[in-house]
Ligand binder design. Structure first.
Ligand SMILES: [Ca+2]
Length: 199
């Protein structure tokens, strides 16, 4: 009877621990300090001055928007470096996708991006962290909403318990229709901040 009680207690503890870990995963900006940023050109500093040239290290979807004047570098607004990416005059939602980078599914990742807008109603930016198996199949899709306004606002994702088939990932930033109210994006990042097993 005592043995049964012991194992029942162990089971309860295990379930509680799993629930706790699963619901309390929260990485902070301080966890990313001194860690390498896995995103190429995260501050949109490497970019031609020409309007509509996609920043180095990023692609845009749908690519048809390239024919419109929607993207530019803005040296008047930035969080890091000397410029940010300015998006304006979009008639529909668009997504910025970072270049893919290698990940380890046993690690935990902190993902961030800052945004602002002149829209008096604010703008809802969606930050996503998408992981993929070697064949390109999506294995995980983390998402967080960043409702930004006239001041720079940072949104973040704490990602862990990644599907063990995942080998690489991208950061995605989903921009709503802007019309005449620009949205600025800067200071993107993805950092490996935790290890779930002992090496
Ligand atoms: Ca910048």
């Amino acid at each position: 009877m005592r043995t049964l009680l012991f194992w029942l207690l162990c089971l309860v503890c295990l379930v509680c621990t799993s629930c706790f870990l699963g619901s309390s995963l929260l990485f902070l900006e301080s966890d990313a300090a001194d860690k390498p940023n896995l995103v190429t050109n995260p501050g949109f500093e490497s970019k031609s001055k020409q309007i509509n040239q996609i920043p180095v290290g990023w692609i845009i979807n749908p690519s048809g928007l390239l024919s419109q004047e929607v993207l530019s570098s803005d040296p008047a607004e930035f969080v890091t470096g000397t410029q940010s990416l300015k998006i304006v005059h979009t008639q529909r939602k668009l997504t910025l996708l970072s270049e893919p980078f290698r990940i380890d599914p046993w690690n935990g990742y902190y993902i961030r991006a800052s945004a602002k807008t002149t829209n008096p109603d604010g703008a809802e930016i969606f930050l996503r962290f998408q992981t993929y198996a070697e064949d390109g199949t999506i294995t995980n899709n983390y998402s967080a909403k960043n409702t930004c306004g006239s001041e720079w606002k940072r949104g973040s994702i704490s990602a862990g318990f990644i599907n063990k088939k995942a080998t690489f990932a991208r950061v995605l930033i989903v921009i709503p229709q802007t019309n005449d109210h620009p949205i600025w994006i800067d200071d993107v990042g993805c950092f490996s901040v935790h290890r779930f097993i002992l090496d």
